[in-house]
Design a protein around this ligand. Structure first.
Ligand code: 5GP
Length: 116
């Protein structure tokens, strides 16, 4: 089940709409449909990786590109100095719902710790 296509494949393939804010050859960033902060973007690899557990050693650079996307986007929207949070949920206890790995980018308000 985890290896199957998700809604994010449809977003990558433009089969369903999404508000894309960032795109490279390998990474897509789009606004979360149910934002948990004034700014809530999801950065995903265009290639499907179900969870953190499924990352291959050869995909280390791709994972780095997700963080570089967050860095560049924060600067682009002028939230880099204010600060932001990135989160990646893994499997059930981590609160993962969509089994296409994604980096949540949250900004525009004071974050709390610990997260729920
Ligand atoms: P997870 O719980 O797997 O870490 O996060 C999945 C995220 O995907 C949630 O924040 C949810 O709101 C978002 N999401 C689910 N379906 C869609 C969709 O069709 N479009 C967009 N833009 N976001 C979605």
């Amino acid at each position: 089940m985890k290896q199957q296509e998700t809604i994010f494949d449809k977003i990558i393939n433009k089969e369903i709409p999404a508000e894309v804010v960032y795109e490279t050859e390998t990474v897509l960033g789009f606004k979360d449909i149910n934002p948990q902060a004034p700014i809530h973007v999801l950065f995903i690899p265009k290639t499907r990786i179900a969870t953190i557990n499924d990352i291959k050693d050869s995909q280390a650079e791709l994972m780095g590109q997700l963080f570089l996307a967050a860095r560049d986007y924060a600067k682009q929207i002028d939230e880099d100095e204010n600060g932001f949070r990135v989160v990646m949920n893994c499997n059930q206890n981590g609160g993962q719902d969509v089994y296409h790995l994604h980096l949540h980018f949250l900004a525009g308000r004071q974050m709390k710790w610990p997260p729920g």
